[in-house]
Design a protein around this ligand. Structure first.
Ligand code: IVH
Length: 672
């Protein structure tokens, strides 16, 4: 036989491998053995090795072969990636149908396409001339992050499109969107392995998928069995007409489309679909959390348009929280950072809504009494979305004869100190401020995302550092750098992770005063209250010296907060902590905004809604730095109202008063 030239053979092999990939990963109908398949791949790898100039980015070898790491460059979505508004009942679905019809010319017929709502991570795929060029995350809907190298490892994502001769479209420049997910069995297996290796497990398949898709190294992503279902097609060059047809086209050009979709003539048929799948959801090998209902006609979709961040032409019908029955083995009392004892139910592990549940919160003793929950009861637990599972009720028919009513503990279960129960409160507290559970809890709160946001300093590390004496309170965090050498020696830590942690600690010093005030953990001072106190008093010294009356003069701040603030600062230990943090360089006053220009001098602004490119605080600072000022309410003296997504009543008022409205774009131009 004449030997083919390498280029021809390479092309032939790629075609064959793509075809077998498609049959295996998309259609799930392989026609050759794994051995035969591997031989084709090995031949291609060999030929490409000998002829590296012939390697192309869409070659099947480039899925895992890439030793590039991801940089997560920003990708601006051509069309924003919207999210869906949720409905939870039949009434709300009828309401949606009514709104759709109201938004369309009178008497127009509406058809809907129902699809399963896959509980994964959405992705946008851009194909130019039939080749995958970019894959991006949703991000904030306007700008996502590039994850092309990671997505290429997913075998059901075609690197190049199929071109059936029957297809009359040219599809030279298309965007496809879909959901990357992991099947439940694969998720369980990975978690089991991680548990064995002492690694942190993931709460559910979606979290595992989200974590995987953002890994730096594609080789690691390739080891995790991610899959995709696509549900959206946009073409720059073709006129498309219905969503139903688009789903068919997507299948034809090689994508994996979830087969369980249905064209419905009216909202009754839509409800049938929703009810059917709410029943059947457990039979699927992957998690779904509802049904997505979309207006079929793309023309009608265009007429309906969007409100804020969701389309008017689609809605998510969310399933009710899933329930399961299991045995409550034991009730334990957890001690939080403020000393509160919270009862937690230890359960016989049970799989529910994507994860294995072995604990549920019981809130407080009143709740336990109200539901008459006892140890060894068979209980119904429920988990909706991301919320912590809770015990809904007890199956009294299965209650053991010798069961006992739950008693309050008499001593702190962690440090054995006395407990107290303030009047008018359901909570009980451990009175020992130095109780290890409280110490750990306070440090955890201090380092948490909403507070000082020290990446890497989570529960496990804090426990370790407290147990080994590196941390006695949160102010010691800023001394950790003096123990670098000792930390590196700790098993599992290593030089790189210690240095990353120390860098994150240094970075946290930039956090503004209100975050610091929240982080130090004054009872009843949440993030919002901390902001109000910081804005009003401007420095910790002013707050320490303020009277209760002065604190209460702030809008929405009452006596329990003011008393708690005074109590906190009357404790010498707390004042010492603050001194230590001050020395470390944390911010204990608000940053004065420097006025850099008089571009907006004398102009007053009101902000409403969410801006996508900056926080409201940043917008405010920018206006002030340009000489303008920001007011909280609209009046006829307001010059401009800047309107973001989901604006409040200020927007309506501004329109009524005829005040100049600025979109985010107008505003950005103005402050350029
Ligand atoms: S359509 C505007 N279809 O649900 C259209 N989304 O909140 C939005 N999702 O971000 C997307 N399955 O991540 C659509 N069949 C499906 C879906 C689906 C899951 C996710 C997607 C989206 C979120 C909507």
């Amino acid at each position: 036989m004449m030997k083919k030239n390498p280029q021809q053979r390479i092309e032939e092999l790629r075609k064959l491998i793509n075809e077998h990939d498609y049959r295996y990963y998309v259609l799930a109908e392989p026609i050759i053995s794994d051995y035969e398949y591997d031989q084709l791949v090995n031949e291609l790898i060999q030929l490409e090795k000998e002829n590296p100039h012939l390697i192309t980015p869409d070659s099947p070898t480039q899925r895992v072969g890439s030793d590039l790491t991801n940089v997560f460059n920003p990708v601006v979505h051509k069309i924003p990636m919207l999210s869906l508004s949720n409905t939870y009942s039949e009434e709300e679905m009828y309401e949606f149908d009514r709104r759709v019809k109201e938004g369309l010319p009178r008497g127009e017929k509406v058809e809907y396409v129902c699809e399963l709502k896959i509980d994964g991570v959405s992705v946008s795929l851009r194909y130019k001339n039939g080749i995958l060029v970019t894959a991006a995350t949703r991000g904030d809907g306007t700008t996502g992050e590039e994850i092309t190298n990671n997505v290429k490892t997913i075998r059901s994502v075609p690197l190049s499109l199929r071109k059936p001769s029957s297809l009359k479209l040219n599809l030279d420049d298309i965007e496809v969107r879909g959901e990357i997910y992991m099947e439940i069995e694969a998720f369980k297996k990975i978690n089991e392995e991680r548990e064995l290796n002492g690694e942190k497990t993931f709460a559910n398949p979606r979290n595992l998928t989200a974590g995987t898709i953002k890994l730096l190294e594609p080789q690691l992503v390739a080891k995790r069995p991610l899959k995709i279902f696509v549900y959206y097609l946009y073409s720059e060059t073709d006129e498309l007409s219905t969503h139903f047809e688009n789903l068919k086209i997507l299948s034809e050009i090689g994508f994996r489309v979830n087969p369980n979709y249905r064209l419905c003539k009216n909202i009754e048929e839509v409800m049938d679909f929703c009810n059917e799948w709410e029943e059947k959801r457990d039979k699927l090998p992957y998690e779904i959390d509802g049904v997505v209902v979309k207006v079929n006609s793309l023309k009608q979709q265009r007429i309906l348009g969007n409100i804020a961040k969701s389309p008017r032409w689609a809605v998510a019908y969310k399933f009710k929280a899933k329930q399961a029955k299991t045995r409550l083995k034991k009730i334990i009392w957890q001690v939080g950072r403020t000393g509160t004892l919270t009862p937690v139910a230890e359960l016989e592990p049970v799989f529910l809504a994507g994860s294995t549940i072995s604990r549920a919160t019981l809130h407080n003793i009143d709740e336990i009494r109200r539901k008459d929950i006892r140890e060894n009861d068979i209980v119904v637990i429920e988990k909706g979305g991301d919320v912590i599972p809770k015990v809904v009720e007890v199956d009294l028919s299965q209650r053991p004869k010798d069961s006992q009513v739950v008693k309050l503990p008499s001593k702190c279960p962690v440090c054995n100190s006395n407990l107290f129960r303030p009047e008018n409160e359901v909570a009980i507290y451990c009175e020992n401020n130095l109780c290890p559970a409280q110490v750990k809890g306070r440090i955890e709160h201090f380092a948490s995302r909403g507070a000082m946001d020290i990446t890497g300093l989570g529960e496990a590390l804090i426990n370790l550092f407290v147990d080994r004496g590196f941390l006695k309170d949160y102010s010691d965090i800023y001394q950790l750098k003096e123990h670098r050498e000792e930390l590196i020696k700790i098993e599992r830590l290593g030089e790189k992770s210690v240095d990353n942690l120390l860098a994150a600690i240094e970075k946290s010093k930039e956090k503004p005063f209100d975050r610091v005030l929240f982080a130090i953990g004054i009872r009843y001072v949440g993030a919002g209250v901390a902001k109000k106190l910081a804005d009003h008093f401007k420095s910790i010294d002013a707050l320490i010296n303020a009277s209760e009356e002065e604190i209460e003069s702030i809008h929405e701040i009452g006596p329990s907060i003011s008393k708690s603030v005074k109590r906190f600062f009357s404790d010498k230990n707390n004042l010492k902590l603050i001194e230590k943090l001050k020395k470390a360089g944390l911010k204990f006053k608000i940053d004065e905004i420097r006025i850099t220009s008089d571009k907006l001098k004398g102009k007053s602004f009101v902000l409403t809604g969410t801006l996508s490119s900056m926080s409201r605080e940043e917008a405010k600072e920018k206006i002030i730095s340009l000489g303008g000022h920001v007011l909280s309410a609209v009046s006829k003296n307001t010059d401009y109202v800047v309107v973001g997504d989901n604006p409040g009543s200020k927007f309506d008022k501004a329109k009524k008063l005829g005040i100049t409205i600025l979109t985010e774009e107008d505003f950005l131009k103005m402050i350029e």
